[in-house]
Design a protein around this ligand. Sequence first.
Ligand SMILES: [Zn+2]
Length: 187
Amino acid sequence: MIKLQCKQCAANLQGDNNSQVYFCLKCSLAYNLEKNGLISFPVEYQKPQLDIEGESFYFPFWFFKTSWSTNLEPDNRTFFCWVTAFFIRNINNFGDIGQFYTLRNVQLLPDKKKKFKMTVADRNLNTALRYPEVYLYLKERTHKNFEELKINVLVEEVKMVFVPFFLKNELLYDSQLNCQYPKGALI
Ligand SMILES: [Zn+2]
């Protein structure tokens, strides 16, 4: 595997053969692999909202601040969006945790970095950027003129957020909403 280096401190970046995003945890930077090289984004560590015992992991999420409007309501509004930077196997069965976080307004609450195991970020920024629009249409699905609604969305800010998960009895529990996933669906 090619050794990728942090542009700020020259340390080797963390990642594996499946990674689409690499990390320098010393500089708290996430590097998205692009055709023309690596583009960096700031990293935050999310504060757990639930105390769960078990082996601790960080799972990476893209976090977008977006500005959006519709053809019927042209004023710009802000929408925060969480998109997993990892693949969920059997997503139809277990559900999309990025969608749950986004539609249930999980807030970004930065915490100190803890000694948790890091998991792989195998979903790149371009894939993730499709989701703010998808989640906005879901959010607006009860709009009285939904059939005519056209949503415009602009991503204004991109971060990578590590969210603590806890492994107990082969189930991974997230620390924000207490969603449960069989270990094999996530890692
Ligand atoms: Zn660095």
